[in-house]
Design a protein around this ligand. Sequence first.
Ligand SMILES: [Zn+2]
Length: 386
Amino acid sequence: MAKKKPDLFDLDLMPKLGEEMETLFGWLSRFKLTRESHSYQKVSKSQEQSGSNLYNEDSSSIIASPTQRAVRRTQKEIKSIKDEYQGTQKGLGPISPEILWQTIRTKYSNVRELAFDRLPSDAMAFYRLFHYPPFDQWGIYLMIEPLVKYHHRLEQIGCRTGLFSAEILMHLVIFEVFHHEFFHHIAESTATTIEIICAAMGNPKPIYLEYKSRQHERRIEYPHHPLEEALANAYAWNSLSFISRVKAGYKTAIVSFYQKAVENHWPHEPPGYRDAIYYINRNHIPGAAHFLAQLIGKSTVAEDMPLVKLAQSVMPNGFSAFMKKPDIPTWLVGSEKTIEYFHKLVPAPNEAYTQLFWPYDTAPIDQYLQKKIKEEKERINRTVKK
Ligand SMILES: [Zn+2]
C-alpha cells in the first residue's frame, strides 16, 4: 500500500497560531499590546439616543443603543430584491435624464454650486479598534439616527437638482461613510502587521497604542494632522472613483457629481479631514508613506527611507486589511423605527456600503445617456471634418 505523503502537520511545520482574528486578539492581549476600554453596546431600549454628540475622536463616550449586524445577502435574496424594482421607477424619484445630460455637457457647472452642508464621516459612524477590547465589540458602527437626520438635510438640496433621489443619496452617503471607517481598519491592520514583525524579531512594541498616544497628545508634527483622517476621507473618495470606472451610465455620472460635492465641502471640515484633497488619486501613496512613518514614531518619512515603496505595493491599502469589507463586523445602531426607515431607503445595506449596489432599475436612464453621448460624439466628428 502506498504510503501517505507527509503533510505540514506530520512534519511539525504547521504554525501553532492560526489565522483567525480570535487567535490574533489572544496574542495581542498576551503581549500587552492592547488597552482595556469600556463597552459601547448597551442593549436597552431606554438607551435610545440621538447620537448628536458623537463627534469625538476617541469615541470613548459613545453608548451604542440597540444594534443590528449588517450581513451579506444571499444571491437569491439579491435577485428577489432586484425583481421587485425591475421595470419600475421605484427609488428613482425626481431624477431627470435630461437634467443629468445637461449637467454632464456643461461639465458639472450646476454641481459646482451645490453646497452640501456636510457632516464629517466620524460624526455618523466610528470604527471600534480591536486594540481596545472587549474584542467582541470591534468593528464599524453606523449610527443610523444621525445618518438619517443628515440625509434629510442633503435630500432637500440634492433632490431639487433633478440628479438624485432620496434612495440614491442614502446609498452614496453610506458607501462614503463606511469607506472612511474602513480605512481606520486598514490603518490598525498595518500597525498590527508591524507589531507582529517586531515581536517575531524579539522586540515586541505597542506600535499602535503609542501611535494613538502621540496622536492625542499632539506630538506628531504634520501640516495635515491628524493625517489618518485626511487619508480616510481620501480613501472614501478614491473608492468612489473605483466604482465609477464601469461603463458610462447613471451610476458613473452621479458618482462624479457626488465626489464634486464632497470636495466642495472638505475645506469646512475639522483639521486633517479638510486636507483630504492633498491625498486623492495617486497622492494617497506619499500620504500613506508619511502615515507609516508616524506609526513607527516619526512625523514624516526620513529622507533616506523608501517607505513610499511599501506604501505603494504593501501597506496600508485595501489588500493589507485583516478583514474584507463585506465580512468586517458592521453594526447598524439606532431605534427599531429608524433602522426600519433606513432599510426602506437601502434594502441591502452590506452590498450598498461595500459595492454601491442598489436595486433600482436605471437601465432606461443609462440608455438615454449612452444615446446622447453617441450623438454628441457624431456631432463633434462632423464639426471636425468640416
Ligand atoms: Zn475617521
